[in-house]
Design a protein around this ligand. Structure first.
Ligand code: SF4
Length: 440
């Protein structure tokens, strides 16, 4: 049986006529070390692959020759521009967060791992990596806005209250989109990490422990998972969003906490919460099949034809018969790449929010802007600097690191703190892997 962490080649190819327009502009956003590469990139006469690829070759090929088989390039499906195509072109792998997380662990011969995605994904790879594997992120300031709603300093005061209230009866499930410090919190409470592809398995497992579950940080994935499992939704309690409502509140003042089955942290993904039930119905009335990511609102998920992780969305379309039509509710760059590949199989794909009636066009083509800050100059620069032995320390990712997405200021745990954090986070990650692999 094919393991869920085997990454197949997406087959996405660079189209000669489509420009590589991605860039982390303006120039002063770049770290000093990357500015020369960004300046060169911006000075190229155009952004077509015919121009950009030879420029990338001049940096990436020498690095590949230097590191040989010890180098592993990774990217997430949501990367914008053509970066996923570029990473695949240079032999790298493109995957969802679950498969990415396991790549160091499953490829011990890879010693230099360079990730083009958001920081928590690189940190998760680092948490599971061996000591002789170094994980680098091409842009350390590429954060996830959902993760920014559950920084450990936001969760800690509430965690303290919950532990005081429920003691050992508290079990935390941390979505993959959290820092390692929150994954460690899950591990400490006997809980697990989950992803959008296995959240139903993990929550189902957690319910059997007969504990009070805290699901952090995505309220929508938590609610959609509860609905998928047939749980009584009135037994869910929603916590305030710390970004908008602060953290100065008392869990005892939240109605229903004592009797609830699961507490949902009040975080969300701005990319996925634009989708509405009205949009879903609009496509369905035209006989399009609608599939949607479970970080979207329950009312939209409930009327869609199917819901699942990025891997599910990709496979659902690519395995459909020719002539099929899909409206897909997820990140815009992913949908654009899917649309291109599906067209080669005579399958039509549209972005769910991309509809003619402007009153319903919430955010056509909405993309994960933060993830896309890993642009071609960052990839070229990272590999060139690593080859020269000058990899910027800020881009080296260790478990427990947190980086301020605005200032780039990093906070790093000391070795003792990090050892404890890794041990706790690993427990939660390994529990997720056991639960998932037992079910596949
Ligand atoms: S799409 Fe949303 S949840 Fe995913 S990385 Fe981007 S901001 Fe985070």
């Amino acid at each position: 049986m094919k393991s869920p962490v085997d990454i197949s080649i997406t087959g996405i190819t660079l189209q000669p006529e489509i420009p590589i327009c991605q860039g982390d502009l303006p120039l002063d956003w770049y770290q000093d070390e990357f500015k020369p590469y960004a300046e060169e990139y911006m000075a190229l006469p155009d952004r077509t692959p015919a121009t950009v690829i030879p420029w990338l070759d001049s940096y990436i090929k020498p690095a590949q020759d230097y590191f040989g088989d010890s180098l592993l390039l990774l990217a997430h499906y949501y990367m914008g521009g053509e970066i996923v195509k570029i990473v695949e072109k240079y032999g790298g792998k493109v995957a969802d967060s679950y498969a990415l997380a396991l790549q160091a662990l499953r490829n011990p011969e890879k010693k230099v791992i360079v990730e083009s995605a958001v920081h928590f994904m690189a940190e998760t790879i680092a948490t599971l990596a061996n000591d002789d594997q170094a994980v680098w992120i091409t842009n350390a300031k590429a954060g996830c806005t959902m993760e920014m709603m559950a920084k450990d300093w936001m969760v800690k005061p509430i965690e303290d209250q919950l532990i005081e209230k429920f003691g050992e009866d508290l079990l935390v499930i941390s979505y993959m989109n959290t820092s390692g410090r929150l994954k460690a919190l899950a591990g400490r409470t006997g809980g697990a990490v989950c992803t959008s592809s296995n959240a139903h398995l993990v929550v189902d497992w957690a319910r059997k422990q007969n504990k009070k579950i805290l699901f952090v940080p995505d309220e929508h994935l938590g609610r959609n998972t509860a609905s998928k499992l047939g749980m009584d939704l009135s037994k869910l309690v929603l916590f305030p969003n710390p970004l908008y409502e602060g953290i100065d509140w008392d869990v005892n003042d939240i109605p229903g906490v004592d009797d609830c089955e699961m507490m949902l942290w009040g975080g969300f993904c701005g990319v996925h919460t634009v989708f509405t039930a009205e949009q879903v119905r609009w496509w369905k009335e035209k006989d399009w099949r609608v599939i949607i990511h479970p970080e979207s609102r329950l009312e939209a998920v409930q009327v869609a034809d199917g819901s699942g992780s990025t891997a599910y969305l990709w496979n659902e379309v690519m395995n459909a018969p020719a002539g099929s039509k899909f409206a897909v509710g997820t990140e815009g760059h992913f949908v654009r790449n899917l649309k291109e590949q599906a067209a080669l199989r005579d399958i039509e794909v549209m972005h769910l929010a991309d509809i003619e009636d402007n009153s319903m066009q919430a955010a056509a083509g909405c993309g994960c802007a933060t993830m896309s800050r890993n642009d071609p100059p960052h990839l070229a620069g990272m590999l060139d600097l690593l080859r020269k032995g000058e990899g910027p320390d800020l881009n080296r990712v260790l478990a427990g690191d947190t980086v301020d997405e605005q200032t780039g200021k990093r906070e790093r745990l000391n070795i003792d703190e990090r050892t404890i954090m890794i041990s706790d986070a690993k427990k939660a990650l390994e529990r997720m892997i056991q639960i998932t692999e037992a079910a596949t």
